[in-house]
Structure formats: structure tokens, C-alpha cells
Design a protein around this ligand. Sequence first.
Ligand code: B1M
Length: 209
Amino acid sequence: MTNNEELYDAILNGRLETAVAVTRQMLAAGADPHGLIDHSMIRAMEEIGARFEAGKAFVPNLLMSARAMKGALELLRPMLKGGNASSSGKVVIGTVKGDLHDIGKNLVASMLEGCGFEVVNLGVDVSSERFIEAARTEQADIICMSALLTTTMSYMKEVVAAVRTSGLDVKIMVGGAPVTEHFAQCIGADGYSSNANAAVTLARRLVLG
Ligand code: B1M
């Protein structure tokens, strides 16, 4: 088994210690953190999700995989640099109300941070009031929302409406597995991105105008 396969297998089967040990080993050998994320870690989460959907895995399996993924991701966090040292702008980020998925959102937050943005991470289950309050207090340039459930993505529309009514001068970005460009346009968001790298490009574009 290659190291990439071992990492994939460890996350898929929720083995935290192995996931962390293999990640550490691969980094020491000079592996590219983005390669690990894209080729092993996200693939493993997709597979456990597919098994869950097919009734071949259950919520405890999702939790264990998530724990293993988070442990490995923690090692990569300081390395997710994009080479821009000065502050590119301030982002308030959170997973919307009713939704507890935070791995992708945290990946986006880490990438933004690594690429020079100041990031205020509000966590999960974030209401429109909290997004607005944080954006106002922090004088944020961008509100970034994540949703992983088809049942919670509709809440993004409420947040966009509440932000527009509040009169705040802030851009709004949305993303997460069920979200699409079309959906983002329909709810009046300023932009959509499908992954963490694209989120950085979009944030830069929104701040520069
Ligand atoms: Co849940 N879950 N889950 N889950 N879970 C999904 C999302 C699901 C697709 C699984 C499936 O059925 N195949 C399904 C949703 C179905 C649907 O809505 N159509 C599902 C379900 C049903 C549920 C529960 C309802 C299960 C239950 O209790 N019966 C429940 C809901 C709880 C809740 O939120 N209220 C639930 C619970 C959980 C756990 C808590 C056990 C756990 C989350 C742990 C955690 O996050 N701390 C979990 C997990 C792990 C998953 C899967 C398997 C993996 C998610 C993940 O971390 N992916 C997921 C299946 C899947 O996604 N294939 C699933 C890896 C991550 C890196 O990708 O988050 O997509 P992702 O982020 C990407 C992009 O989407 C994008 O960038 C990231 C990196 O490239 N992105 C953004 C994300 N946010 C962005 C914001 C941006 C831009 C890009 O702003 C501009």
C-alpha cells in the first residue's frame, strides 16, 4: 500500500492515530499538503459519504472519519500558504444555522488565512444575527457561508436578505457540497466557489472589486 492509500484508508476507516502518523511521515518526506488533501483526504470523506448514503456506513462512522480527517488536517494547517504576507482583507466565516459540518469550512478558513486574509471563524450553526453582528464588529470585508445539507442551504438566502437589509457594506460568498453557482445567483450572493482554492481567488476578486 502506498502512503497516499494508507492515509485514504486511515481516514475512511476512522483511524485517527494512523492518519496523523502517515501524514507526519509524508510531510517529512516532502509531500505537497494540497496533494494530500485532494488525493487522499477529500476522496476518503467522499467515499464514507457514499457508503453512508448506500446504508453501508452510519453516523458513528462519519464521526470517526471526520475525527481522523481533522487530526491530519491540523498538521497541514500551518502549511496552507499562498505567499501573500500582508493582510488581503477580513473575512467572517461560518457554517449556517442547523448545520454542523465544519471540515470544508475550516479548510476554506485555513486557506484564506494562509493566503493573507484575517479570518474570524464563527464555527457551526451560525444564525444571520451572529453573521451580521460579527461582520459589523469586526468591520469585515466578506461574509463567507458554508452549508453541507440541502435542508440548511436555503438558510443562506435568509442571511443574504438580512445582511442587505442591515445596510452593511460587505460582500457575501457561499459554498459547500450542495451549493451551486446558480443557487448563489438566485439568492443574491456576490460569489460562489466549489473548493477552498477557488474561495481564495474569489475572495481576492471581491475585495479588489
Ligand atoms: Co453528514 N451528510 N450528516 N455528517 N456528512 C453529508 C453532507 C451527506 C452528503 C452524506 C450522504 O448522505 N452522502 C448528507 C447530506 C445529504 C443532503 O443534504 N442532501 C449528510 C447527512 C444526511 C447528515 C445527517 C443528517 C445524518 C444524520 O444525522 N442522519 C447529519 C446532519 C447533522 C447536521 O449538520 N445538523 C450529518 C452529520 C454528520 C457528522 C456530524 C457525523 C459529520 C460532520 C463532522 C464535521 O464536519 N465535524 C458528517 C460528515 C463527515 C459528512 C460527509 C461524509 C463528509 C463531509 C466532509 O467533511 N467532506 C458528507 C458526505 C460528503 O460530503 N460526500 C456528509 C470533506 C470536506 C473537505 O468537503 O465539506 O464539501 P466539503 O467542503 C469542500 C467544498 O464543499 C468547499 O470547499 C471544501 C474543500 O474543497 N466548501 C466551500 C465548503 N464550504 C465552503 C464555503 C465556501 C466555499 C467553498 O465559501 C465561499
